[in-house]
Design a protein around this ligand. Structure first.
Ligand code: SF4
Length: 353
């Protein structure tokens, strides 16, 4: 996202998608001809790639396989680093290559790490159609647009979709408009789409973004209660954070709303801190409201309450096991991460080493 900054600390830079250019970089290094900069092809060419899962074996990773069908996203949410990085393009791997790769895997569990796996519904349908015989159980990330296509939802179900990470971001239309969340903006209400998702039985990991201009402490509290009432399997209450090179960052900078010029380099910054001046609360109030939101949603009483949804979280043994395996884990993580400092911090002055 900011190559000129990285260039101050490196002999050479690999910018963009690494395939192709990375091989060239390694060959040049071996020949002693390393250049200052290597740039991946844009948009990325994904044909012929293969995930090398064996390098993760025996390293105590979760018992599921991570892979990718597509990269990028055609939407243009102003806060999103993916949108800025891929400039609204969305590229897919050939369906047969993804399916052949997965068919060789013994593990029945797959996580598609795509930012928006259903962004091209026809290609996604072809993938799901070919996945059906493999009898896998998969989870992925998608924008709410998939709920508008019943055939797509049916193929997702039949191909083994167990759950999805979905960006709701906000329950306030003014916030959705400000963040340019097109895929949610046209919905009059979330209720019918959530009902469709519950009816088909997908567990939801709902993502929220807190701190847009219509938010205050009370609205954040209402959103959390709403999320608990929906019995979402998991939820992420992310503090709005202007990532460098996004339209949001430029906007905040122009309006003089950034507390630190480069929060990611600032010694004062900790994970979970507000880094800008919110419209209707202080930065500290926003920081505390987000931390409270995570604690509240993941409180043991609410974990138990949310479990009792017989269409999703408690619909079968696998869903119950997933629910109770990961909720306590996420609860522990939220305390571990809050207030963490970013990156590597020297504890011994360099001269004394
Ligand atoms: S839909 Fe999701 S991945 Fe796509 S631009 Fe918006 S936030 Fe980013």
């Amino acid at each position: 996202m900011i190559p000129e900054e990285a260039a101050q600390h490196a002999d050479t830079l690999m910018i963009g998608d690494a395939e192709e250019a990375f091989q060239e970089m390694i060959a040049d290094l071996a020949a002693g001809l390393l250049r200052k900069e290597y740039v991946g092809h844009f948009p990325p060419r994904l044909k012929g790639l293969r995930t090398r899962w064996q390098i993760f074996d025996n390293k105590h990773y979760l018992p599921l396989r991570l892979t990718q069908f597509s990269r990028g996203c055609p939407n243009n949410c102003e806060f999103c680093a993916t949108g800025s990085l891929y400039k609204r393009t969305h590229c897919c791997r050939p369906v047969d290559e993804v399916v052949s790769e997965l068919s060789e895997q013994k593990s029945p569990f797959v996580f598609f790490v795509d930012d928006n796996i259903t962004a091209q519904p026809d290609l996604a349908k072809e993938l799901f159609r070919q996945l059906i015989p493999l009898k896998k159980r998969w989870i992925g990330q998608a924008s709410l647009s998939f709920t508008e296509d019943p055939d797509l939802m049916d193929l997702m179900k039949r191909s083994g979709c167990a759950g999805l990470v979905v960006g709701f971001e906000s329950t306030d239309p003014a916030n959705l408009k400000q963040m340019n969340k097109n895929c949610n903006m046209h919905l009059d209400s979330y209720a019918p789409v959530i009902e469709k998702i519950r009816d088909i039985g997908f567990q939801l990991w709902a993502a929220f973004l807190m701190g847009y201009d219509a938010d205050d402490v009370k609205s954040i509290q209402r959103t959390v209660q709403w999320a608990i009432d929906q019995k979402f399997c998991f939820a992420a209450f992310n503090i709005l954070c202007p990532y460098p090179s996004t339209p949001l960052y430029a906007e905040m900078q122009a309006a003089d709303r950034l507390i630190y010029d480069k929060w990611w380099l600032d010694e004062r910054y900790h994970f979970g801190d507000a880094v800008f001046k919110p419209a209707r609360m202080t930065p500290d109030e926003l920081t505390e409201a987000c931390f409270w939101a995570r604690r509240r949603f993941n409180h043991p009483v609410n974990i138990i309450r949310r479990a009792f949804d017989f269409k999703t979280n408690a619909k079968d043994l696998w869903s119950i096991a997933t629910y109770f395996a990961y909720n306590p884990l996420f609860r522990r993580e939220l305390f571990k991460k809050h207030g963490m400092k970013l990156g590597y911090h020297r504890t011994t002055p360099p001269d004394s080493v």
